[in-house]
Design a protein around this ligand. Structure first.
Ligand SMILES: [Zn+2]
Length: 89
């Protein structure tokens, strides 16, 4: 049982580090030490599709109708767009 738990933890850590490598923009501030950033990068915003709250920097950005929208994932963005185009017709 403990073995399975350790495997799960290792998989989770690997997943997290993979995510960091895939989105290196969030780690760019690491090189600028001593400089305080005025911008809050972990502000929580609401997904307009599934109404889940998530950190803005993890969101999927979409410019829609002149507005900046953020979604928790690509699927929500796609579903939101599909939903909107369906309502127009
Ligand atoms: Zn969502």
């Amino acid at each position: 049982m403990i073995k399975i738990f350790i495997l799960f933890v290792v998989a989770y850590v690997l997943y997290r580090s993979l995510k960091t490598w895939m989105f290196p923009a969030s780690s760019s501030s690491r090189s600028v030490s001593g400089k305080t950033t005025t911008e809050i990068d972990d502000v929580m915003i609401k997904d307009p599709f599934c109404e889940t709250y998530f950190p803005k920097r993890n969101g999927v950005h979409l410019k829609f109708g002149g507005k900046d929208l953020y979604f928790c994932c690509d699927q929500c963005k796609d579903k939101y767009l599909a939903d909107r185009s369906a309502k127009k017709e």
